[in-house]
Design a protein around this ligand. Structure first.
Ligand code: ATP
Length: 375
């Protein structure tokens, strides 16, 4: 790999190629040898991939900062005369679609892996051929959502199995985004489904409007909002109470797999939201009760499961072609996950597989304490 040439193209804040490239890992991305950045460095996003054989760079998706205090956060993040676009934040997983393969567009996960299953899904769900014919240098940044995906399981009323929502279109080499209006028009032209746009607001009215949207989303157990400048280059996120509780439930059901930081940050989000918006004592009491339930119940359930000799972990269901599901299971095992296939059958001419990503630490440590081990 010609590091100097890629260094120039990446335009990072590192002072020389060695300083940047020491952080890249050599990996096989599917059948493609590549260099991947496993965490953000020198102004370059986590999950950035260099595919030398295709002479291509696929930049990672940037981390979106979060505000804990909505009103103060909006006021400090956006300029007084800026228009704020509020879009729904969907609860799925991030996928970048770029046309850099020899045999069609590839789907890259956040960590910079090409997922064979997700690649097959986005090719099926989006009409990519015409888009990449006219926009070969772009990447689609999308969320794969629905109950049947290998990485997330959040249910949406409008999604039976899985679906894609395109929330950004960027130059894959410079990571420069289209403006929000341009992107929404372009996606409409290619019939790419997008997240709901709540509206465009002046800063002075934004908090009230966005809080109303968040309450509505919360009632439907949906995740939250992403607020964006029109240029699409500056974004900030804010999430619902139900999302915080969902994540705590998830974390406490895998008691020893997700770290303490994960749990602490979710509780902090709740505390700031309650301080800002729970005006009545009753409302605060209700939230405290729900929060406690989302912590204690899943943890007790997991302990009892382990006690009963069950395997614990994250359960997923996927459907598709035989080979693509085999490739997915192999891909997950290559990532050092322990996968237990629980069901494997055919339905409507498709293969359906239910599998468990085994939570090894939770299983082992829970068993140890159940046998009287000390903490
Ligand atoms: P970080 O953003 O710090 O990397 P994270 O990986 O935990 O954190 P999330 O908290 O899920 O990510 O929030 C950012 C992600 O939200 C984006 O990467 C994207 O996948 C997803 N997302 C869903 N809907 C949207 C939307 N409308 N606009 C932008 N991102 C969205």
């Amino acid at each position: 790999m010609d590091e100097r040439a890629y260094f120039e193209r990446l335009d990072s804040t590192a002072s020389d190629p060695a300083e940047l490239f020491e952080h890249f890992e050599r990996r096989s991305v599917g059948e493609y040898p590549s260099h991947v950045l496993p965490s953000a460095r020198h102004g370059i996003e986590r999950g950035t991939v260099i595919l030398d054989a295709a002479d291509a760079i696929v930049r990672g998706y940037p981390s979106i900062p979060r505000v804990l205090a909505l009103d103060a956060g909006v006021t400090s993040f956006f300029e007084a005369d800026e228009t704020i676009f509020a879009e729904e934040k969907l609860d799925g997983f991030n996928v970048r679609v770029a046309d850099v393969g020899d045999d069609g567009p590839l789907a890259f996960t956040r960590g910079g892996y090409v997922c064979p299953y997700t690649t097959a899904r986005v090719r099926e769900l989006l009409d990519l051929g015409e888009f990449f014919e006219y926009h070969p240098e772009k990447m689609l940044c999308a969320e794969l959502i629905g109950p049947e995906t290998p990485y997330t399981t959040h249910d949406y009323e409008e999604v039976d199995s899985d679906a894609v929502r395109v929330f950004d279109v960027r130059d894959r080499e410079s990571a420069a985004p289209l403006t929000v209006p341009e992107r929404r028009d372009l996606c409409e032209r290619y019939a790419f489904p997008q997240p709901r746009l709540f509206g465009r607001y002046d800063r002075s009215e934004a908090t009230e409007e966005i809080w109303a949207a968040v309450e509505e989303l919360d009632d439907d157990a949906r995740e939250g909002v992403v607020m964006k400048t029109a240029e699409g280059d500056s974004m900030v996120k804010y999430t619902t109470e139900s999302k915080h509780h969902d994540e705590l439930e998830h974390a406490f059901s895998l008691l020893f797999d997700l770290g303490r930081d994960f749990v602490f940050s979710r509780i902090t989000r709740e505390a700031f939201q309650a301080a800002e918006f729970d005006e009545s004592e009753e409302r605060l009491q209700e939230r405290a009760h729900d929060l406690g339930e989302s912590i204690l119940r899943p943890a007790v359930e997991t302990i009892r499961r382990v006690e009963a000799g069950e395997t614990v972990g994250e359960r997923h269901r996927v459907r598709g072609g035989t080979e693509e599901i085999d490739a997915l299971l192999e891909h997950l095992r290559d990532l050092s996950l322990t996968i237990d296939v629980e069901e494997d059958y055919r339905e409507d001419d498709q293969r359906v597989v239910e599998f468990l990503k085994v939570a090894e630490s939770t299983a082992d440590r829970t068993q140890y304490y159940l046998e009287g081990g000390t903490y």
